[in-house]
Design a protein around this ligand. Structure first.
Ligand code: PLP
Length: 287
């Protein structure tokens, strides 16, 4: 396992970060999760764009160009020789002193880890998952905007803990006004009478790349896709519900807060989109 660290490849044992790194001390940094399918990096350009947008928003100057970053990702995949993998790309503010002022940090750290993918068990994809909605709310857009994929994921961690405590696979979070926002690390879609709907990102969701791909696929298949606010009630009475994300891909939700969704099994549109997604990931990447 070769890990890219600031322009060099080091072994897993050598890949160590200082305790003075502000990514560690303050969650000061940004990241991306990216997939490799059959040797091809899926939607790399979109992920790099989102990384640089996130960095810009928190005034983090990534010490290389987007093109150099793309090349570094592709080289990391090649070095590790994995055909199917999960890539974690991290840019932290770097090593500074104990104060939170980023001016003490000399240089951002760029780290690329190429690893095996850890998916949810196969049965969950076949049966669908149970989820709950949790008390932890999405940040308001004038706090740390949820569109920024920052290293500050404590909200998301709390959502996951709340799901764990309830004994379910994942949880949905609402925004400050009570509209459904997203999962702990995935976006949500609901389907009603053949129409798909996903919350607009401004409500408090990450602009997921899988979400974007699913919207494109749904339109190509002739479905109407809306980006509109909806409430928990709309989720409960939906015909189908599914989550999308780089790690999870597309996974059906068959129960929300104890309400069975549709007939309690992954619905036909979710299945169709899953098949279309499986085909798309193999043709739409950076070799
Ligand atoms: N929402 C959050 C909070 C996430 O961390 C992720 C994961 O990246 C997503 C949604 C899904 O986005 P993507 O499809 O780009 O992986």
């Amino acid at each position: 396992e070769w890990i890219y660290m600031n322009g060099e490849f080091v072994s897993r044992d050598e890949a160590k970060v200082s305790v003075f790194d502000h990514g560690f001390l303050y969650g000061d940094g940004v990241f991306e999760g990216i997939r490799v399918y059959d040797g091809v990096v899926f939607r790399l350009r979109d992920h790099i764009k989102r990384l640089y947008d996130s960095a810009k928003s928190i005034l983090l100057d990534i010490p290389m160009t987007p093109e150099e970053m793309e090349a570094a990702v592709v080289e990391s995949v090649r070095r590790n020789g994995l055909r199917d993998a999960y890539i974690r790309l991290i840019v932290s503010r770097g090593v500074g002193d104990l104060g939170l002022d980023p001016r003490t940090c000399s240089r951002p750290q760029v780290i690329i880890i190429v690893s095996q993918i850890r998916l949810w068990p196969k049965e969950l994809y076949e049966q669908g998952i149970r989820v709950i909605t949790v008390p932890t709310r999405r940040n308001a857009p004038d706090a740390l905007n949820p569109k920024i994929k920052s290293l500050n994921y404590l909200n998301n961690v709390l959502i996951k803990i709340e799901a764990n405590l309830a004994g379910v696979a994942e949880a949905l979070t609402l925004n400050q006004d009570g509209y459904v926002a997203e999962g702990s690390g995935d976006n949500i879609f609901i389907v009603r009478r053949g129409v798909l709907c996903t919350p607009p990102a401004y409500l408090g969701a990450l602009e997921g790349i899988t979400r974007q791909v699913v919207m494109e696929l749904a339109q190509e298949l002739g479905y109407t896709v809306k980006e509109e606010p909806f409430t928990r009630h709309d989720v409960y009475v939906a015909d189908e519900v599914f989550l999308t994300g780089t790690a999870a891909e597309i996974i059906a939700v068959v129960e929300v807060d104890g309400r069975t969704i549709g007939s309690g099994v992954p619905g036909p549109i979710t299945r169709r989109l899953t098949e279309a997604f499986r085909r798309r990931v193999r043709v739409d990447g950076t070799p």
